[in-house]
Design a protein around this ligand. Structure first.
Ligand SMILES: [Zn+2]
Ligand SMILES: [Zn+2]
Length: 102
């Protein structure tokens, strides 16, 4: 999880959300919100740490980028591809999840 500075919460972790959700945070129904996750494995010298990362996007992204239309888990590779081609931006995870009751 990357880090961002929120005017309400200070220095916090950032969720990756699509530009549509970022622009219409008030108008987009939670029912239209798609959440996709994958597990990335970070190798350390003597330990293996598993990290769960998420991308949040809307129905418009499903149409425009061919993203999965249901919540799902995907591979590292697919996750990285989606993050690269999608219009993702980092926002305060507390503000975002409060808004959508995640
Ligand atoms: Zn979108
Ligand atoms: Zn916040």
């Amino acid at each position: 999880m990357s880090v961002t500075v929120c005017e309400h919460h200070g220095k916090v972790g950032a969720d990756q959300i699509c530009s549509h959700l970022a622009a219409n945070r008030i108008d987009v129904s939670p029912l239209k919100l798609k959440v996709i996750r994958c597990i990335q494995v970070v190798m350390d010298d003597d330990s293996t740490e598993r990290m769960r990362l998420s991308l949040f996007y809307c129905g418009k992204c499903v149409e425009e980028y061919g993203f999965p239309s249901e919540n799902s888990e995907i591979s590292d590779q697919r996750f990285n591809d989606m993050e690269r081609i999608g219009p993702f931006t980092g926002v305060c995870y507390l503000c975002f999840r409060n808004l959508y009751n995640l």
